[in-house]
Ligand binder design. Structure first.
Ligand code: SF4
Ligand code: SF4
Length: 437
């Protein structure tokens, strides 16, 4: 397969459009009441003017391309001190806006190709992906541990390679291997059972989506993994009748929706297959009247928008021919794929739920702090940042924080523990499972 993943050199023209204005420092809401609040976790931790946020990283990209900067430990460290959260991208209004995370990832790709990236602790991920097909150094058989309660209850989950089903539930490595968040696939499978849906999983044959490799700049590992997944999805469609792939993890969803389409074969491989996040999937059933809530949950909850299920799915409208402004100008954005409204609609539909919004939400959401390889590379920082987000949630008076990404869930939980907060973390599927009879 041929991949259309841009190199830093190919982005050179674009990255000179940053004016170093600093608008990417703050999230703005013009109200009423108006507010502004920090949006860049790297800027918060290491100092915006210390060139650790997007304008600084773009300055580094210029230096690397012009040859004025040579790789050294501090420079490599600086480009990996980033969650690739896209918070800066949401704030910037200049023509390179659609490409900001791409520029940072292209620098990482160059660092990997030049043999200096990723950071030492993150190299474990690359080794694990190559030995175990997951970033957690977990043996394949462990992927199935979360299914044990279903087997015990006499409701085993289908292995889709052995028994056909129209729905593939792609569990993801975080839900499979990370013990505290195995509740997410368990709630999802429980909902599917209650709704009488015919679904299956790949079990030990599931491999990582490749998102972590891509975010760390390891394009070679990403392509190898993505090609094997695309081939598997094609085979499942043709031989097992799979028409829908449902993901739990915002990172997997982003990878399938935005990274995989960079393959020239993507259209052919995915023909007849719809990829959807569990939130969208359940919202569709809710709208059709097939998902009904009967149990009350008298909880005060706040909702955390994961970057990968929110602003990462924004589509940017670029004036390609120069008919509206000039060729290459950023004209507007299309947020219809961003999962902003539907999780909130589902939450509000659950009887008893009192939804209390934080200040930074939707495209202004503040990253949990774990993404972009930070949880592995800089775990203390990831936890501190998650603590800041938990603090923001506590200010709403909520005692539960809900999200739609097991990875955010895990890191936010670490953050809550780190600051001694009693905030309880839940995935939306866990609430839905409790709310249906
Ligand atoms: S990335 Fe955009 S908002 Fe940030 S300094 Fe550059 S032009 Fe300004
Ligand atoms: S992607 Fe996120 S962490 Fe990275 S520079 Fe932008 S706002 Fe900061």
């Amino acid at each position: 397969m041929k991949w259309n993943i841009p190199s830093l050199e190919e982005l050179e023209d674009i990255l000179w459009r940053c004016t170093a204005c600093g608008t990417c420092k703050e999230a703005y809401d013009y109200g009423p009441p108006p507010f502004s609040a920090p949006i860049c976790p790297a800027g918060e931790e290491f100092g915006f003017e210390g060139f650790l946020s997007s304008k600084g990283k773009i300055a580094y990209a210029r230096g690397i391309l012009s040859g004025e900067l040579q790789w050294n430990d501090a420079l490599v460290d600086a480009i990996y001190r980033c969650n690739i959260c896209g918070g800066c991208q949401s704030q910037c209004q200049l023509d390179h806006k659609p490409f900001i995370p791409e520029i940072i990832e292209a620098m990482r790709r160059k660092a990997v190709t030049d043999g200096v990236g990723p950071m030492p602790k993150q190299k474990v991920i690359a080794q694990s992906l190559s030995s175990y097909d997951n970033p957690y150094q977990g043996p394949r058989r462990v992927r199935l541990d979360w299914t044990r309660p279903f087997k015990k209850e006499g409701k085993p989950i289908k292995n889709i390679l052995e028994e056909p089903a129209p729905i593939l539930y792609y569990v993801g490595c975080t839900g499979g291997y990370n013990i505290p968040v195995r509740t997410v696939p368990q709630a999802t499978a429980s909902i599917f059972h209650k709704l009488g849906l015919d679904f299956g999983i790949l079990g030990e044959q599931e491999v990582c989506c490749g998102s972590t490799a891509m975010r760390l700049g390891d394009a070679e590992a990403f392509q190898r993994i993505a090609e094997s997944n695309l081939e598997m999805f094609r085979k499942l469609h043709e031989e097992k009748g799979v028409k829908t792939i449902v993901t739990s993890c915002a990172g997997c969803y982003r990878a399938f929706m935005k990274d995989y389409p960079m393959a020239d074969e993507y259209g052919r491989m995915m023909e007849g297959i719809r990829v959807t996040h569990i939130t969208q999937f359940l919202h569709d059933l809710f709208q059709m009247g097939q998902l009904k809530f009967s149990e009350s949950l008298p909880w005060k909850v706040t909702y955390h928008d994961p970057c990968h299920a929110g602003r990462h799915l924004t589509k940017y409208i670029i004036d390609k021919e120069g008919t509206q402004l000039w060729a290459g100008a950023y004209v507007n954005l299309d947020e219809k794929d961003c999962l902003y409204d539907i999780p909130r609609e589902l939450l509000k539909a659950i009887p008893g739920i009192d939804l209390r919004e934080m200040r930074r939400i939707r495209s202004n959401s503040y990253c949990c702090g774990g993404g972009g390889g930070v949880m592995t590379g800089y775990n203390d920082w990831a936890q501190r940042n998650a603590g800041l987000r938990i603090q923001e949630g506590m200010e709403t008076g909520a005692d539960h924080m809900v999200s739609i990404c097991p990875f955010c869930h895990y890191n936010l939980n670490q953050g809550a523990q780190g600051i001694g907060s009693k905030m309880k973390l839940f995935d939306l599927t866990e609430l839905i499972d409790k709310a249906i009879a």
